[in-house]
Design a binder for this molecule. Structure first.
Ligand SMILES: *Cc1c(COP(=O)(O)O)cnc(C)c1O
Length: 416
């Protein structure tokens, strides 16, 4: 029998769910399109998409149908057998991007782990086992496993979890990426970058800089790896964000939007790189199981349909325009608007938790990020009316924060 109370002399009781998140005190019980509802039927407008995951909103009819139909057939078989949904999804994705082959995972971090392993194995297979180091950028985020926190290297992620796996070189998020060349050595295997940094505060890498990185990789015989876990799958108005540029990566990890809320990720590579991953080199029990594949294929049907990306572009244009206007109305609250497609950020003058908390009270779900930035990641199916509704709620949020700021200022003016 557990005897936690009498054993626990310091009176710090840990709740049954490990408290690794500072959660808002709201629980949603159902969702429909861009709206989520709590048990009291209060309605919230979702401009966070479960951190860029629910790209088609809640309970998209095509996804519900795909999942429930598959649930009545077969859930799980393991990767010891062929999975037709994987073959279909992989074939379709290879037609839409640089990749020739891919490995399915359950999450973004797992897709990144596969990417890191593949970069090392590629050089090992080519007789260059000393090339194992990967260059990563200040502000990046690649997941929460040991290798992916080591890849990011920030104090916030790694403190207390050492020793870190070796093999990552952290460099500044340069305005001019040609400076990365200074950090390339005989041991460098790859450069890893998010074409749009998500957690780092919605910081896009320019098309020119992506092209510079490609040139550097070619010159030094190293691999270019993109983490499109957040910015991929239509989020920026292209299936993958790198497709705004003229270049291609060697390896790309994606997740979040690819499963529309069902846990799914993928690590993709070119033929040249993928050749190093033979039977037995990597695996996952659940990765790409029939349920995930049914949903993944259904997500792709919607995202690849005619006019979908044009819709994302159109909504992005409307939202961005309105945000810039909002920024000029509340210069004390909003510093700048940035981002790409429907991956937009507001860099603030006020604390992000205040902004996100006030917005939630007003019925709008948002997501914080680093660099004092709040993320707007609405479902890609958002309509113009819903963009207007969000702007109304953001306006109210800014008014509330401005009032609080003014009250504080008045306080300190007349204070002791
Ligand atoms: C969310 C995220 C990850 C990690 O994905 P998980 O599914 O949480 O493991 C990795 N990279 C980027 C860019 C992300 O946004």
């Amino acid at each position: 029998m557990k005897n936690s109370q009498s054993d626990n002399t310091d009176q710090s009781f840990v709740p049954p769910v490990l408290p690794t998140y500072a959660r808002a005190d709201v629980a949603f019980v159902r969702g429909e399109g861009v709206y989520a509802y709590d048990a009291q039927d209060n309605r919230y407008l979702d401009f966070g998409s479960g951190i860029g995951v629910n790209n088609l909103g809640f309970c998209h009819p095509a996804l519900v149908k795909a999942l429930t139909e598959q649930a009545g057939k077969i859930w799980h078989t393991s990767n010891l057998y062929r999975i037709e949904g994987q073959e279909r999804l992989a074939e379709r994705l290879t037609r839409e991007c640089f990749a020739d082959s891919m490995f399915f995972t359950n999450s973004g971090a797992e897709a990144m782990e596969c990417a890191i392993k593949m970069a090392r194995k590629f050089h090992d297979d080519n007789g260059d086992p000393d090339r194992f180091r990967i260059i990563t950028f200040e502000g990046c985020f690649h997941g929460r496993t040991l290798a992916t926190i080591a890849a990011a290297g920030s104090e916030k992620l790694i403190k207390g979890f050492g020793p870190m796996p070796d093999g990552f070189d952290h460099v500044p998020f340069y305005k001019d990426m040609s400076k990365v060349e200074e950090h390339i050595t005989e041991e460098t295997a790859a450069i890893l970058i998010e074409p749009v940094q998500g957690e780092g505060g919605i910081r896009p890498v320019s098309r020119e800089n992506l092209e510079i990185l490609r040139k550097l990789c070619d010159k030094h015989g190293i691999l270019l790896m993109f983490d499109e876990v957040q910015c991929g799958m239509g989020r920026t108005g292209k299936l993958f964000a790198y497709q705004h540029s003229a270049i291609k990566p060697d390896i790309l990890a994606t997740a979040k939007g690819i499963g529309g809320g069902f846990p799914l990720g993928a690590c993709m590579a070119t033929d040249r790189v993928a050749q190093c991953m033979k039977a037995g080199t990597h695996g996952s029990t659940y990765g790409g199981n029939p349920l995930a594949m049914a949903v993944g294929n259904a997500v792709l049907d919607v995202v690849l349909a005619d006019g979908f990306m044009e819709h994302v572009d159109q909504m992005s244009y409307e939202l961005r325009k309105a945000l810039v206007k909002l920024g000029s109305s509340y210069p004390d609250v909003i510093d700048v608007v940035r981002g790409k497609g429907l991956m937009l950020g507001l860099k603030l003058h006020t604390p992000v938790p205040d902004f996100v908390g006030t917005a939630l009270k007003n019925g709008l779900m948002l997501v914080g990020a680093a660099d004092n930035t709040v993320r707007l990641l609405p479902p890609l199916i958002v309509t113009e009316e819903q963009v207007e509704e969000a702007i109304g709620l953001l306006d109210k949020t800014c008014t509330d924060l401005k009032k609080a700021l003014d009250a504080k200022k008045a306080d300190s003016d007349t204070g002791d």
